[in-house]
Design a binder for this molecule. Structure first.
Ligand code: NDP
Ligand code: 8X3
Length: 291
């Protein structure tokens, strides 16, 4: 049995001398094509005012991309943009936008200045969870908000951006799903439902775009320490911090790193779905707390 071959030995299935050619692999195939990337791609990031969206803005700015940053809190976007300009001399265009408002999304996309209108990459990141109540005790307002932002908001932005990608013959939609879209957990009911919808929408989109060069990726993280839990618990910081207590969660930068990897593959490569979670997490409900 030679290197890299699967086989049977002493009646047991096993791997014999399986060694990845690490050195070749690192330098030949895994190197990011940064030079190709520095072609001033236009990247629209929704929910760029915090957490994963903000981390994406930094990683793409570092690569030389031009950034359209969208969120409701304009002052946050302005602060981020001035940091990015100082650090990376990046071009930014800011859009104050509630993605759940369909006519606002239509206006925002259709009124982009010509030099910003040919969006190459859309990162559908804006989203939130509200509450952790049992469904029979759930708050209707929380449900509406999650469904309107996580599902309808993602659809609206995609619907207005995607036709341009199809007609230009290039583009990439990157949807931020969640482990919650793969596994429900107690009290997660509606939030998990919205992220299961993101998973299905991403799969459907991939099918609909077959025959075009437009790529579709769903990046589905487990626990990431951001403002997510504070928003879920309506500003209760104490309750939010307990979510990450005693374990090492993912950082927003960890997720942005994976998103950037997906966006920088060769044009014929589509990464359909990535699930990432902290080493301290094994499923939506199982975590390893050391204290
Ligand atoms: P944050 O709360 O830190 O960031 C959420 C972002 O979404 C903010 O920039 C917020 O901006 C924006 N947003 C919320 N509602 C709207 C809206 N109606 N219109 C426009 N922007 C909006 O959380 P995360 O960074 O963690 O969340 C980002 C995404 O990642 C979400 O889709 C979330 O579901 C997903 N996710 C998070 C995980 C986690 O553990 N943190 C794990 C898996 C997925 P503003 O309020 O200024 O509008
Ligand atoms: C966020 C991760 O597990 O809190 O989508 O739902 S989780």
């Amino acid at each position: 049995m030679g290197n890299g071959e699967w086989g049977v030995g002493n009646g047991k299935w096993g791997i014999y001398n399986y060694q990845l050619p690490i050195t070749n692999y690192q330098f030949t195939h895994y190197q990011l094509p940064i030079n190709n990337y520095q072609m001033k791609k236009i990247v629209l990031i929704t929910g760029a005012s915090s957490g994963i969206g903000e981390a994406c803005a930094k990683v793409f700015a570092d690569s030389g991309a031009r950034l359209i940053l969208a969120a409701r809190r304009l002052e946050r976007l302005q602060k981020l943009a001035s940091q990015l300009v100082q650090e990376f001399a990046v071009d930014t265009h800011l859009v104050q936008l509630d993605v759940s408002n369909r006519s606002a999304v239509e206006t925002a996309i259709s009124s982009l200045p010509t030099e910003w209108s040919d969006i190459d990459i859309l990162i559908n990141n804006a989203g939130l969870s509200r509450g952790l109540d049992k469904l029979h005790e759930g708050d209707f307002q929380d449900w509406e908000e999650m469904i309107d932002i996580n599902i309808k908001g993602l659809l609206y932005v995609t619907r207005y951006v995607l036709p341009g990608m199809v007609s230009r013959g290039r583009g990439h939609i990157i949807n931020i799903g969640s482990i919650a879209g793969h596994q429900a957990y107690p009290g997660g009911n509606v939030y998990c439902g919205t992220k299961a919808a993101v998973k299905s929408i991403s799969e459907g989109l991939k099918l609909d775009l077959l025959g075009t060069p437009v790529r579709v990726t769903s990046v589905d993280p487990g626990m990431v320490e951001t403002e997510f839990s504070e928003v879920r618990f309506h500003g209760d910081e104490g309750r939010a911090s307990k979510v990450y207590q005693g374990l090492t969660p993912l950082t927003p930068e960890d997720v942005a790193d994976v998103i950037f990897f997906c966006a920088t593959r060769k044009p014929h490569v589509n990464i359909n779905e990535v699930i990432l979670m902290p080493v301290d997490q094994a499923s939506a409900t199982m975590v390893n707390r050391r204290s």
